[in-house]
Write a protein that binds this ligand. Structure first.
Ligand SMILES: C[S@@+](CC[C@H](N)C(=O)[O-])C[C@H]1O[C@@H](n2cnc3c(N)ncnc32)[C@H](O)[C@@H]1O
Length: 190
């Protein structure tokens, strides 16, 4: 008897990007930390997600795959070429979420965004994490989960961000070590 395994197009795109990332040293979140990201999105059931740092769309596909139809993922990428490739990968992945890619500097773009976000994934310039969060805060609400990548290897560059989410009364924050790196998951509580 032969057994066939059906791999959805999103999974296929994720595996292709993982292979490219390994060859070209692209800093995608990857499958190990990505498992936590997907799990948090699955738990939060967000209608609207903000991503800072698209690169070529790996984390956007990973999150968008867990989101419901009619949900929206807004992702910001400073480099035009990366944003273009991300658009192609996201199209191929055929995920349920509608994805809007904005090319620009997140520091300029975030203040122009309308509406609120139920989940945010921060993964761009490490020394700017706190600025991204502070700019996004008026658009977050109690319950919004803010997931920050590289809280292990780049803890020094992100020190102000980590200090803020860990000590602010507005957040309940936890660090998860994953291999040599880690992620900081902060839930806005007020
Ligand atoms: C670590 S990569 C993102 C990886 C992606 N989240 C993933 O896991 O597949 C960081 C990305 O942030 C982008 N970036 C850096 N500074 C930025 C800024 N100020 N605004 C928007 N994008 C920025 C970089 O060009 C790069 O593509």
């Amino acid at each position: 008897m032969t057994q066939t395994t059906t791999v959805g197009s999103a999974d296929l795109v994720l595996r292709q990007i993982e292979a490219q990332a390994e060859n070209r040293f692209l800093p995608i979140i990857g499958p190990a930390k990505g498992k936590y990201l997907a799990e948090e999105v699955r738990k939060a059931k967000p209608t609207r997600v903000l991503e800072v740092g698209t690169l070529i769309g790996y984390s956007a596909v990973l999150m968008g795959k867990e989101m419901a139809p009619n949900s929206e993922l807004v992702t910001i990428e400073i480099h035009r070429e990366e944003a273009k490739v991300a658009g192609e990968n996201i199209m191929k992945a055929n995920i349920p979420a509608y994805v809007k890619i904005i090319t620009g500097n997140a520091l300029d773009v975030i203040p122009t965004l309308e509406g609120t976000f139920d989940f945010a994934f921060i993964d761009a310039e490490k020394s700017e994490y706190l600025q991204y969060l502070n700019l996004a805060e008026p658009k977050l609400h109690a319950g919004t989960v803010v997931f920050a990548d590289n809280a292990g290897v780049f803890a020094d560059q992100m020190a102000d961000y980590l200090e803020y989410v860990r000590n602010s009364e507005a957040y309940k924050s936890r660090y998860i070590q994953v291999g040599e790196d880690g992620v900081e998951i902060s839930q806005k509580i007020k």
